[in-house]
Design a protein around this ligand. Structure first.
Ligand code: GAL
Length: 732
């Protein structure tokens, strides 16, 4: 009897907690094209309405309308979760372009303005809608069904709802509290470091509960309690010692008697690398006949390490101390190298096939690009410092090799002979290339087929041949070629065929491929005209499939999950879908850097998904400021091995069950890599075995947790998947 009572109390407590914020549209959002004033009515007959997924941007005709309807239950108890009890607030994401939002038939907000409004049409596509309704409003129907009806006008481009998640809540003092957690090393010891911030003008006083959880099954191992007071506009740091060899999630819950706020510390999952050498070489490496090779054999383990390579083709040489392969091979063919790395603690051996032929990039490129951190403020010094850190912090030991300068390196004017020069921020391009190559790294650059780049620097229009030759003279190994102002040429051509999109990329291809070196050709035109269908035709090694990524869950969700769903048939060795660069670590797109806004769980999701998608792995942060969490996130050899798998098959979604999605890719050794993702707002337990038939597989003989690098039981397949988090497995 007693136990039942306790269980019931627990249930009630959880239910109350869950009600403090209502997530709207989780289950269903209805949609109808057109415009009809009656569609705001709460009692509308909705038969004939279709569905939307909140980020759809489904209105494809300009100057047209659509309506969306969301039903939700509004519990009166939600009022008690607030100590202010004044209004119900709706946060409804972005809407493209103008909306009028009704609650049970009453207008509660409008953003943007219509043609018929006094000041004329103006879009508000980039504004998150926040609408407030007083708690005594007749529009609110307590303890029953409510209907939000959203009328949207699309002025241009695509439009509609474009910003999950949607929430409703009753603001209280707790809204001024924020709890953030991160990994910290202090005097050689490791801590879960929580920062509690009170941004309000009233003191926060309440209780703290620390819940230590097993990261595999979400079970609470222990809890401890204390109380806390945080002055107005101030913060408090609480460091809890953690044992990295026994990783554990720690949820810190603050409660003020009305509501709770929590922050979760997510541990480093990648085990520390052993002192013995481990080779992280790629299985197959494409090289064109006669092209120079620069390849630092990626190897972890304590230095000094001595390398030996047998069966090397004529023309290649090895720097045995630094493990750098260089030289060139004239005769096409497949050369299977036996590579050995030895140190005082032990040795490792692996084969790597150098495929001398016309195809390069047999596995996705790994490296760094300046854009997501430095934006237009990039300089030679900043590039060099990230490159140096790639070496010093050991990222090169996992295969990160391309060091790519993005926009803003170009001088304002071409030289008298039409050749291009770098600006004063890049005093010595050739020297930079030589320095990178001497360390076994590769050198990348950026341009546009248009008159100017997106950052308004000189583009390659009408100078394609000269630019390709200049790149060769600087030792360039990677070109990102960004559409930008090429739209001007496109508009003049009046050619509505796909050919108009292909033309500028075909042009540069012929000059690039004429150079006596291998230049990775990276198309950047945001996926226009379904570039994945024709990019291989211009010998693109990768092509961006979407607009620019940014460090938010919405961007990651939209680009990674929504927009890559159908692209798996197009990626293959030599030619890769590119969902854009990585958004972990210190980013900022400017001289001012900040920590990524993704949570640690979202970062695991990001890297797992990019590995599964066989996506370009270009780090976008300042590597010189990279912390231990980010390094270990980017340097998990088993996760990277999925990205670099030589079969080159990209994952596809095989299960969509509510907010749980499973993406799966076949690997060269006959096994499969999967990601079980939780895209919803709450932690979930997922039993993998219940999905085997949907996944088209039989029960696996082995299950390996790739982040933890450990084998799991094949009979107990229930996993804890935190909100926006992932379990990445290899099924044998
Ligand atoms: C964008 C591109 C970004 C970055 C930027 C530079 O068009 O998608 O990745 O290269 O231009 O201006």
């Amino acid at each position: 009897m007693r136990t039942t009572l306790i269980a019931a109390c627990l249930l009630a407590a959880t239910a109350l907690q869950a009600q403090t914020k209502i997530e709207l549209g989780q289950d269903k959002v209805l949609m109808h094209h057109g415009d009809n004033a009656e569609w705001k009515s709460p009692t509308l007959n909705e038969s004939g309405w279709g569905t939307s997924n909140l980020v759809g941007n489904e209105i494809t005709q300009r100057d047209t309308w659509a309506w969306y309807r969301i039903h939700f239950y509004l519990p009166k108890s939600i009022i008690n979760s607030s100590d202010i009890q004044k209004e119900l607030v709706f946060s409804l994401g972005k809407m493209d372009d103008v909306d009028m939002t009704y609650l049970n038939g009453e207008l509660i907000g409008k953003t943007g303005s219509l043609k018929t409004d006094p000041k004329g049409y103006s879009t508000a596509w980039d504004v998150t809608r926040i609408y407030r309704v007083p708690l005594n409003s007749k529009a609110l129907k307590w303890d029953s069904d409510n209907v939000l009806a959203i009328r949207i006008y699309n002025g241009d481009g695509n439009g509609g709802l474009c910003g999950a998640p949607f929430y409703a809540w009753v603001p209280g003092l707790i809204d001024n509290m924020d709890i953030k957690a991160k990994y910290a090393q202090i005097k050689g010891r490791e801590f879960a470091s929580f920062t509690l911030t009170n941004s309000g003008l009233k003191i926060q006083k309440g209780k703290l509960e620390y819940q230590y959880m097993d990261p595999d099954n979400g079970k609470i191992i222990k809890t401890t309690k204390s109380s806390v007071t945080i002055g107005k506009k101030s913060s408090k740091v609480i460091n809890l010692a953690v044992d990295e060899s026994n990783p554990c999630r720690i949820r810190l819950v603050y409660s003020n008697g009305h509501a709770t706020k929590a922050g979760t510390y997510v541990p480093i999952l990648t085990p520390r690398e052993p002192e013995t050498p481990l080779l992280n070489t790629v299985g197959r490496y494409g090289l064109r006949p006669g092209s120079p090779l620069y390849y630092k054999i990626p190897t972890t383990g304590v230095r000094p390490i001595r390398f030996t390579v047998t069966n090397m083709p004529e023309g290649l040489k090895l720097d045995a101390e630094n493990g750098i392969l260089s030289g060139s091979v004239k005769t096409p063919g497949e050369y299977v190298l036996n590579i050995k790395a030895e140190n005082a603690k032990g040795s490792d051996q692996k084969q790597m096939t150098i495929v001398v032929g016309q195809k390069i990039a047999l596995t996705p490129p790994m490296g760094w690009n300046s854009w997501n951190c430095w934006g237009l403020s990039v300089s030679q010094e900043k590039v060099k410092s990230s490159a140096q850190a790639i070496i010093d912090k050991g990222l090169a030991d996992y295969g990160y090799a391309y060091i790519n300068i993005d926009d803003a390196w170009e001088a304002a004017k071409r030289n008298a002979d039409g050749t291009i020069s770098p600006n004063e921020k890049f005093p010595d391009m050739k020297g930079l290339g030589e320095w990178l190559h001497s360390h076994g790294l590769k050198f990348g650059i950026y341009s546009s087929p248009g008159r100017v780049t997106c950052g308004n620097y000189l583009g390659s229009l009408n100078h394609e041949k000269q630019d390709a030759e200049t790149y060769n003279s600087w030792g360039i190994d990677y070109l990102k070629y960004d559409w930008c102002s090429y739209g001007e040429v496109y508009n003049q051509e009046h050619d509505a065929t796909v050919g108009a999109f292909i033309r500028p990329y075909l042009k540069m291809e012929q000059y690039l491929r004429a150079q006596p070196r291998d230049i990775f050709y990276s198309l950047c035109q945001y996926g226009m005209a379904d570039s994945w269908r024709w990019a291989e035709f211009v010998d693109a090694n990768s092509w961006r499939t979407t607009g620019d990524i940014t460090d938010s869950w919405r961007s990651l969700y939209d680009i990674g999950f929504v927009q890559q769903r159908k692209l798996y048939p197009y990626g293959q060795p030599g030619h890769w879908n590119d969902p854009d660069m990585l958004i972990v670590g210190k980013v900022g797109w400017s001289a001012n850097l900040r920590d990524t806004r993704l949570t640690y769980d979202e970062q695991y999701t990001h890297i797992s998904l990019w590995a599964l998608l066989a996506a370009n792995m270009l780090i976008g942060c300042d590597v010189s400021q990279m912390d231990e969490f980010t390094k270990r996130l980017l340097c998990n050899r088993e996760v990277i091995a999925v990205n670099q798998d030589i079969l080159g098959k990209q994952a596809k979604p095989v299960v969509t069950d509510g907010k749980i999605e499973i993406w799966m890719r076949p690997l060269a050794d006959g096994s499969h890599a999967i990601g079980i993702f939780n895209l919803g707002g709450e932690d979930k337990m997922v039993n993998l075995s219940s999905y085997y038939s949907a996944m088209g597989i039989s029960a696996p003989k082995g299950i390996r947790d790739l982040w933890r690098q450990k084998d799991l039981s094949t009979t107990d397949t229930s996993y804890f998947i935190p909100t926006h988090g992932v379990k990445m497995l290899k099924l044998k």
